[in-house]
Design a protein around this ligand. Structure first.
Ligand SMILES: Cc1cc2nc3c(=O)[nH]c(=O)nc-3n(C[C@H](O)[C@H](O)[C@H](O)COP(=O)(O)O)c2cc1C
Length: 167
């Protein structure tokens, strides 16, 4: 039987969900049995051979659902290989200090898990999906607006996952 992998994500505005789908699709075409689900909807990770987690950065933090997911399933997650990605604008400006900061925030959210694979993907900011306050914050921070997701980089990361996860 092929290994079962759960791709669990949180995605307030939908761009992380689409990255999770792309990773799931890649793993499925490599022959794995894949479930893709919102973290909130996952009642158990029992029975999976590996878990891939994805959550975006908002206001200098990884969306809290990921830390909740880790706390809730920690005993099981510590028994299997895990991979994790976060999504944000730090990879867009290519500023090493902001990548370093994002990595630190990401590690804090993952604690105490040490993923076998981890990365930060560039995300998407669609002003039409934002609240008035969020639009104001993005404007004030002069943050980049647009879809910066690199589908080739996402597919490459997904293709390398089985080797890194040892499954
Ligand atoms: C209000 C707001 C705050 C954000 N804060 C950060 C941040 O602190 N760091 C970062 O790298 N990206 C930040 N981003 C970019 C998001 O991580 C990016 O838009 C991501 O693709 C959103 O994922 P989602 O569509 O799944 O919700 C922010 C975006 C918005 C709209």
């Amino acid at each position: 039987m092929s290994a079962r992998i759960l791709v669990a994500y949180v995605s307030p505005k939908g761009s992380t969900a689409e990255i999770a789908e792309a990773i799931g699709k890649e793993l499925k075409s490599a022959g794995y049995s894949i479930d893709i689900a919102e973290m909130k909807a996952v009642s158990s990770v029992e029975g999976y051979n590996a878990v891939v987690m994805g959550a975006p950065l908002y206001m200098g933090k990884v969306v809290g659902d990921m830390a909740k997911f880790i706390r809730k399933h920690l005993d099981d997650l510590e028994k299997i290989p895990v991979a994790a990605f976060t999504v944000g604008m730090s990879p867009v400006d290519k500023n090493p200090a902001s990548m370093e900061k994002a990595t630190e925030i990401f590690h804090r959210a993952l604690d105490p898990l040490k993923p076998a694979a981890e990365t930060i993907f560039a995300g998407k900011v669609d002003p039409e999906k934002l609240s008035f306050m969020q639009r104001w914050m993005i404007g004030k921070a002069q943050a980049p607006v647009g879809d910066f997701r690199d589908w080739d980089a996402i597919a490459t990361w997904a293709k390398e996952l089985p080797g890194k996860l040892g499954i």
